[in-house]
Ligand binder design. Structure first.
Ligand SMILES: [Zn+2]
Length: 126
């Protein structure tokens, strides 16, 4: 009797490949290959920029700014999730949701702040 051979291909949803097309050269690459982070030079407070960089032509797309405040909040969330995985209480779950909500608000505020700051600096050039 044949009890389900293992030669069956994996379900498509188990293979998470998300392809993005470069607006410059139109090559498609997975998000893994494109996503990167780099320091934003004019700032002294360790500001990092999340970018997508095309491995074919080097075209860069800005995604977000990652400030120290945001990095700190990320660690906080990471730690709470760890606590939650060890102690699955309603309270711990609520705390994670709270922190994620705080992160969203902080994220939006920081994006606005750094966008304005960088625009000002660039605008004052020459
Ligand atoms: Zn490209």
């Amino acid at each position: 009797m044949d009890i389900g051979s293992s030669s069956q291909p994996l379900a498509p949803e188990s293979k998470q490949e998300f392809l993005l097309e470069c607006v410059n050269c139109h090559q498609k690459n997975s998000l893994d290959k494109l996503a990167s982070e780099r320091a934003v030079p004019p700032f002294r407070d360790g500001l990092t920029e999340g970018i997508l960089i095309c491995p074919e032509c080097g075209y860069v797309t800005h995604c977000y700014y990652l400030s120290k405040n945001l990095a700190f909040k990320r660690v906080e969330i990471f730690n709470e999730i760890k606590i939650l995985s060890e102690q699955k209480t309603t309270e711990n779950f609520k705390r994670v949701l709270e922190l994620k909500e705080e992160y969203k608000i902080l994220f939006d505020g920081e994006q606005r702040k750094y966008k304005e700051m960088l625009e000002k600096e660039n605008g004052q050039a020459a």
